[in-house]
Design a protein around this ligand. Structure first.
Ligand SMILES: *[C@@H]1O[C@H](CO)[C@@H](O)[C@H](O)[C@H]1NC(C)=O
Ligand SMILES: *[C@@H]1O[C@H](CO)[C@@H](O)[C@H](O)[C@H]1NC(C)=O
Ligand SMILES: *[C@@H]1O[C@H](CO)[C@@H](O)[C@H](O)[C@H]1NC(C)=O
Length: 731
């Protein structure tokens, strides 16, 4: 009995293994070797493009991906945004812009592959690097290191995503589109700083991921020690010197930067496509086989998703598809031609190693030949000043400076990275026939001594600890009693208030009047406000509105970085000299009254006292809510709000936040830009002296035909009558 049962069990096991092996041969698999990712037995040269699902709306996804496919993209790359998916512990959101499964199925429908970069640390100029802010408050937690509470949480989320993908058969091993997955993100630098605990954590992360048994390879980008079988990959403007840590891993470039992000009041950078194409061709000619463009479509940081502080709401990135989903030429078309030229060489590239010969000073030939008549050549000129004429296989080729010619048959040039045929897109933002009607205003109360507060403390509190990032805003309020004998009252010289904040911005109100504002920067969040304040004899209220403008997304243990007015807060010019207010009683209010009343929502209970008509046009008042109605414009095409006339704040359409706005001006040096020569950050700026962001994307799908509600919260003062709805066209 016993024996026969084990025998039959063994037989069944044998049968199922045979079946498994058998099906695997004819079914799906992703593996790799030193040359390339191997899909169903074929080595592949793959072009990939980053498109982040929450940075556009679901109705845009298919069009974005179809354009990517038409542009020669094989793979859609996305991070997974934990803080969007798990807004509070155990409460998940996979709806709307966070419908990850639908996003991946859209790629599948179009015949595209997916690289799923789970992270769950993603950086990405995204709020808190993608981590939910509640994670910071898990007892005993320490991010991205050998720490039990962190590793438990990270494993839980990673496993949840992998299980979700498996349940929908989305891994390529199951017949789905996901060919690669990423664990962690750019960990190498952090690992070095942390030493042994960093190394232990990284090894744990790799084996945890591999243990999830997805049937597709895992990658770690910018992590030279990635343990087998995880593939280490590279991110940067160029990928000329990177080699994987083992000779049996393929050379993969998971982020080829197509441009750069923008911060409010910073510089606006563009990357010339001739240089980007040159970088990609240079990578392929040295044996690289996987290139992902970061970003291929950058999109929009809707709501409060921008990282920071001070990352703009636009995440356009100078990508081949612009923020609004329109093709950006010549970038898009030139890369498309590059991709088809390289695909003509695919057979040669995956089946041989290059033979390199020198053709001149700075000129080389990389020849891929199988010896069976298959031959492809890349002729390069790395001289950034001069064109070159080179002799190759008894033929002359003219190579512009800083360029590569591609010869898929080792004879005919089909493409040169510096010879751009496509015309530049002409972008226009044109008025629509939509009129913003019946403006009304609501004055946000300035926190004052009469207000009751649920929170008071001796001393100054850290902002995120109080708000848990449920809002950008935290009021700090205290009072100061000025004796009528103070000599400044008769001298007429106002005392100064000095306030030190850890970030990110603050407005100072004295007795209900705006006294001034101060701002940190992304590089230096700490800032000091100093200014004269109008105090009178008796009790004066000092109300400080502290604003977090996106939480940091990068840096060693950024979860410990503080925000808010941590002091000291001092008065100068009183008879007793410097007066420190830091350690007196402060009261606190989390968020705005208008937020508590849900003023931005079309379903808000309308107990709010909105004022109509002429008050609006007079209003240049700080801390004011505005609303108006409009009908959807009759024109087709993407829409934007022109907020040039406004100061700083947030805007909503039909209750959905289109993001933070701030009219500050780009600084920098917009002198002529040459594509030739190494691209580095200050090079090729545009928009000097113009607002870093003037237009704010309004997704079509957020509009109804009539009676759309626009709500604006303005912190400083602006002219809402000059706001308009415009359409973006490209020709
Ligand atoms: C955060 O707030 C709690 C009380 O809610 C307090 O005990 C703790 O010390 C605060 N932490 C920091 C870093 O301010
Ligand atoms: C206030 O600050 C200004 C600028 O730093 C300075 O010129 C002025 O003397 C200060 N006033 C007092 C009362 O300290
Ligand atoms: C701007 O950049 C150009 C080119 O790099 C340089 O020659 C010029 O001096 C710069 N101008 C300023 C004002 O820095």
């Amino acid at each position: 009995m016993e024996t026969s049962s084990s025998v039959s069990k063994a037989f069944i096991l044998f049968l199922s293994i045979a079946l498994l092996l058998g099906t695997e041969l004819i079914q799906c698999s992703v593996t790799y070797d030193s040359k390339a990712i191997i899909i169903n037995g074929q080595r592949r040269i793959l072009f990939s493009g980053s498109i982040h699902y929450p940075r556009s709306t679901p109705d845009m996804w298919e069009d974005l991906m179809q354009k990517a496919k038409d542009g020669g993209i094989d793979v859609i790359d996305t991070y997974v945004f934990w803080n969007g998916h798990e807004p509070s512990p155990g409460n998940y959101n996979f709806e709307g812009r966070y419908d990850l499964v639908q996003f991946i199925q859209t790629a599948q429908k179009l015949g595209l592959y997916v690289n799923l970069r789970i992270g769950p640390y993603v950086c990405a100029e995204w709020n808190f690097g993608g981590f939910p802010v509640w994670l910071k408050f898990v007892p005993g937690i320490s991010f991205r290191t050998d720490n039990g509470p962190f590793m438990t949480a990270m494993q839980g989320f990673t496993q949840k995503i992998v299980e979700m993908m498996k349940s929908q058969n989305l891994f390529q091993s199951q017949g789905g589109p996901i060919i690669l997955a990423q664990i962690e993100n750019e960990y190498g630098g952090i690992s070095k700083l942390l030493g042994a605990p960093g190394e232990a954590y990284m090894n744990w992360a790799a084996s945890m991921a591999v243990g999830l048994d997805t049937g597709v390879p895992w990658v770690m980008c910018k992590e030279v020690d990635a343990p087998d079988p995880v593939i280490n990959t590279f991110n940067g403007f160029y990928c000329d010197t990177f080699t994987p840590n083992k000779p049996y891993k393929p050379t993969m470039w998971t982020e080829a930067w197509t441009g750069w992000f923008t911060e409010f009041g910073g510089t606006i950078l563009q990357r010339p496509v001739q240089d980007l194409a040159f970088a990609v061709a240079r990578f392929i000619q040295r044996g690289g086989s996987f290139v992902n463009y970061y970003m291929y479509h950058g999109g929009t940081n809707f709501g409060r998703t921008a990282g920071g502080p001070f990352i703009t709401t636009s995440y356009d990135y100078d990508a081949p598809i612009d923020e609004y989903g329109l093709v950006r030429d010549p970038k898009y078309s030139h890369l498309k031609e590059l991709h088809s030229a390289i695909k003509l060489c695919e057979q040669a590239l995956v089946s041989s190693d290059p033979t390199v010969t020198t053709l001149g000073k700075g000129q080389q030939a990389h020849v891929f030949s199988t010896g069976q008549g298959i031959c492809a050549a890349f002729l390069s000129n790395s001289d950034s000043e001069s064109a070159a004429s080179v002799l190759f296989n008894n033929k002359r080729y003219k190579l512009p400076p800083w360029s590569i010619s591609i010869l898929p048959d080792c004879s005919n040039e089909v493409f040169n990275t510096a010879k751009v045929g496509a015309q530049a897109s002409q972008i226009q933002m044109s008025p629509t026939n939509s009129i913003l009607l019946s403006w009304e205003t609501f004055d946000e109360d300035i926190f004052s001594l009469e207000d009751s507060s649920t929170l008071a403390a001796i001393g100054l509190l850290e902002q995120i600890n109080v708000t848990r990032d449920s809002t950008d805003y935290l009021w700090y309020m205290t009072s100061v009693d000025i004796s009528s004998s103070e000599s400044f009252l008769s001298r007429g010289q106002m005392p100064n208030l000095t306030m030190v904040s850890r970030g990110h911005a603050a407005h100072v109100f004295i007795n209900g009047q705006l006294s001034g504002s101060a701002y940190g920067t992304r590089e230096d969040m700490l800032f000091t406000f100093t200014g004269p304040v109008n105090l009178h004899a008796g009790i004066n209220s000092i109300a400080l509105l502290s604003i977090a403008v996106g939480l940091p997304n990068i840096g060693l243990h950024y979860e410990l970085w503080q925000a808010g007015i941590l002091g000291p807060v001092t008065l100068h010019g009183l008879d007793q000299g410097r007066t420190d207010l830091s350690w007196q009683k402060w009261t606190y209010k989390v968020g705005l009254q208008g937020e508590a009343m849900n003023l931005a929502s079309p379903n808000a209970v309308s107990s709010a006292e909105w004022f109509q008509g002429s008050l609006v046009t007079q209003g240049q008042n700080p801390l004011t809510w505005y609303k108006a109605n409009f009908d959807a414009p009759e024109v087709d095409g993407p829409l934007a709000l022109d907020l040039l006339s406004m100061g700083k704040g947030q805007a909503w359409i039909n209750g959905q936040s289109i993001g933070r706005y701030w009219t500050v001006y780009a600084n920098g040096n917009c002198s002529a830009c040459s594509y030739a020569g190494s691209y580095r950050s200050p090079k090729c700026q545009v928009g000097c002296g113009e607002p870093t962001q003037r237009w704010y994307h309004v997704p079509r799908s957020w509009l109804q035909p009539t009676q759309n509600l626009l709500v604006i919260f303005e912190e400083l003062g602006g002219d809402v009558t000059k706001i308009s709805l415009v359409t973006r066209t490209s020709s």
